[in-house]
Write a protein that binds this ligand. Structure first.
Ligand SMILES: CC(C)(COP(=O)(O)OP(=O)(O)OC[C@H]1O[C@@H](n2cnc3c(N)ncnc32)[C@H](O)[C@@H]1OP(=O)(O)O)[C@@H](O)C(=O)NCCC(=O)NCCS
Length: 160
């Protein structure tokens, strides 16, 4: 198996990341990646094989609830999938968040097939978010129009 290295969001990685084709995920503007590099670096991790960036996870801490982190972007290049690189990235992030004594980590996805993947890590559907007051047009847009599904992981829960 290839030698995978998990690292922080360093400048070399950022410059590779901004050019990466992350289909089927939507294309991000450079400025979003730079935002994570500058202000949310602690909660981001990269996966390298040799010097090639092959995957990444970008998360941030919620300004309205500092005990909550949100995973914004999680991706492994197609040719490197199924080699537990995603698992390494997610486990590393979860470990960082636990060290920081955060309470929960959440994410949203438009792909219901991802549920099986996340459930292995202890994520469950975030019913509170799914039931969010749809009178807020933004939540209505995310949940009803974009058909996003929310998941949460209780970081205080002990995994088997
Ligand atoms: C989700 C993702 C990051 C997982 O990365 P990964 O390195 O392949 O994951 P792992 O090797 O840790 O785990 C592989 C598992 O993912 C599943 N999987 C999901 N999509 C897969 C794919 N396209 N190729 C290979 N395995 C895939 C496999 O069935 C496997 O399950 P198993 O452990 O029961 O055998 C990666 O599939 C990906 O980038 N997908 C596209 C982007 C995406 O959906 N991101 C998440 C947005 S919320």
């Amino acid at each position: 198996m290839a030698n995978v290295r998990i690292s922080k969001l360093d400048s070399t990685g950022l410059l590779q990341l901004k050019n990466m084709d992350c289909a089927p995920l939507p294309v991000e503007r450079d400025s979003i990646y730079i935002l994570f590099y500058r202000f949310f670096n602690d909660t981001c991790r990269l996966a390298y094989v040799e010097d090639e960036l092959v995957g990444f996870i970008l998360a941030l801490v919620d300004q309205t609830d500092p005990a909550h982190a949100y995973i914004h972007y999680f991706f492994v290049k197609e040719e490197h999938r199924g080699m537990k690189i995603g698992e390494m990235l997610l486990n590393e992030l979860i470990s960082v968040l636990r060290t920081k004594q955060l309470r929960t980590v959440t994410l949203m996805t438009g792909n219901p097939k991802n549920e099986k993947y996340y459930s292995k890590f202890g994520f469950v559907r975030d019913e509170d978010m799914m039931d969010k007051d749809k009178t807020d047009p933004v939540y209505k847009y995310i949940i009803e129009d974009k058909k996003m599904i929310f998941y949460r992981l209780d970081l205080r829960r002990q995994l088997r």
